[in-house]
Design a protein around this ligand. Structure first.
Ligand code: MN3
Length: 244
């Protein structure tokens, strides 16, 4: 689905614009049931309402069930002609996009990148996420100047990202952290790096509640971070077992 038609879908769904077709009808015409395939939409690890009031349930439902599903469906469609795509671990495939046939390379970049980014995103959020502690807090203090500076720099990087994209914290096998922003569905996995956490700054992640106020979304989003999960990812990165 094009960006434009996604935007129309979202606007129609919110009832912000009076349209002849009822919003429900627009949704009824949405993507058909996903074809069976090797790529699967991971279930949300919490109810869609769990991140309210910071992220509303409707945004979560559309973002997970429509946008993320579309990346998964696209990858399954690619595997019909290119079954090997499903045999390579996702981080390895993203790091080897140059080996993907040129005709589908951009599609794989966008859709597998989107699948990886969103799979990470659902996982590192949750209700009652607690506070950073232990080794990951020590690394934030050491590499990112402490929580206050980290959040301020992360939000600034997310605010600077023009159009759609992500702001990430990467983690090395030595446990070193860095902030990186990427356009569209690109991910540091494409450079063979690992992602500790990341935030989606495409408008579809926040538009229903925040409209154009990305800065407000970036600020509120910290209330959704599941620091227990982030701590587990940090330990996995140091153990060399962190995937997407
Ligand atoms: Mn998204």
């Amino acid at each position: 689905m094009s960006l434009l038609s996604r935007r129309r879908l979202m606007i129609a769904a919110t009832g912000l614009v009076a349209v002849a077709a009822a919003p429900r009808l627009v949704f009824a015409q949405g993507p058909a049931a996903p074809p069976d395939g090797p790529f699967k939409l991971p279930p949300l690890p919490y109810p869609a309402t769990a991140l309210q009031p910071h992220i509303d349930a409707r945004t979560m439902e559309i973002h997970h069930g429509k946008h993320h599903q579309a990346y998964v469906t696209a990858m399954n469609n690619f595997t019909k002609d290119h079954p090997k795509l499903a045999e390579i671990p996702v981080p390895d495939l993203l790091a080897r996009l140059g080996d993907v046939p040129e005709a589908i390379r951009t599609g794989v970049r966008n859709n597998l990148g989107g699948h990886a980014n969103h799979s990470m995103f659902w996982q590192i959020m949750g209700p009652d996420g607690g506070k950073p502690a232990g080794e990951v807090l020590a690394a934030i203090d050491r590499d990112l100047g402490g929580m206050e500076k980290f959040q301020s720099d992360f939000n600034a990087a997310g605010g600077r990202q023009f159009g759609s994209g992500w702001v990430f914290v990467t983690v090395t096998k030595d446990g070193k952290l860095a902030i990186e922003a990427r356009p569209n569905q690109d991910t540091p996995l494409m450079d063979g790096k690992r992602v500790l956490l990341g935030n989606d700054v495409w408008e579809h992640a926040y538009y229903l509640n925040y409209q154009n106020r990305r800065a407000d979304y970036l600020k509120a989003w910290w209330n959704t971070v599941n620091w227990t999960k982030v701590g587990e990812r940090y330990a996995a990165a140091k153990a060399g077992t962190l995937g997407i």
